[in-house]
Design a binder for this molecule. Sequence first.
Ligand SMILES: C[S@@+](CC[C@H](N)C(=O)[O-])C[C@H]1O[C@@H](n2cnc3c(N)ncnc32)[C@H](O)[C@@H]1O
Length: 227
Amino acid sequence: MKDLLEENLQCFIKALLPQPDKVLQDMRIYAEKHHISIVEPEVGNLLNLLVGLTKAENILEIGTAIGHSTIYMARAMSKGRITTIELMPERADLAAQYFKQAHVDAKIHQIIGDAREIFPHLEETYDLIFLDAAKGQYENFLVYSYDLLKPNGLIVADNILLNGWVVDLNYPKHRQKTFVYRMRDFLESFKVRKDYQCSIIPLGDGVALFRKKERNDEETGIVSACR
Ligand SMILES: C[S@@+](CC[C@H](N)C(=O)[O-])C[C@H]1O[C@@H](n2cnc3c(N)ncnc32)[C@H](O)[C@@H]1O
C-alpha cells in the first residue's frame, strides 16, 4: 500500500524515526522483493509506543505475514505474549525464523489458519488486538473482539484508508469496488458506534484506534451499548 501523505512530508516523517536494526531492515528488503505488504516503519513505531503505553501483556494479531509488526510489538513487552494468526504457512515459517533472529520467539504464539474461522473460537482475553488482514472482515473482527478485549482494551487496525481510495473512489480494478465500499461503510460506522470509541490516524495507509466502551461510559456522557 502506498503512503497517504505527500512524498516529501512522508520522507521527513520517516527520517525522524529511530534507525531499524538489521533484522527489521532485512525483513523490509525481503517483503519488498516478494511483494509482501508489511506495516510502514512509522506504523511499527506507533504500535511499539501503544504496546508500551498500555502495558499490554496479552496481544492478538490478525495477519502475521513475515512477523514485522509482531516484532515491533514484542519489543515493547517486558512480559506476556502475542498470539498471531497467519493464513499462509510459508509466511508463518519465515516469521518464526525472524522471531528467533530478533530474540522475541519466546513471547510469540503462532497460529496458522484463516482468522475468520479461528476468531470465533478464541477464548483468552487481550489487552490489545492488531487487525492487519482480511480488510473486508474488519467489522466482523470488531464484533468478535468485543468480548475478547479486557476493560480499556485497545484495537488497532491498519490500512483503513486503502491508498486513499475510500475518498477518491479511483481504485484501479473494478473487482475492488465491493471491497472499497465495504471499508467506506465500516469507516462511516465510526460516527455512530455504541460499542467502541474510534479515532483515525492518517499515518502510513491509515490506522484506526478503537477503545472498548464500558457501562460506566454512560456517566461520562458516552452512550454505551454494553451488555
Ligand atoms: C498486510 S499483511 C500483514 C503484515 C504484518 N502485520 C506486518 O506488518 O508485518 C496481511 C497478512 O494477512 C494474511 N491473511 C489474509 N487473510 C487472512 C485470514 N483470513 N486469516 C489469516 N491471515 C490472513 C496474508 O496472508 C498476509 O500475510
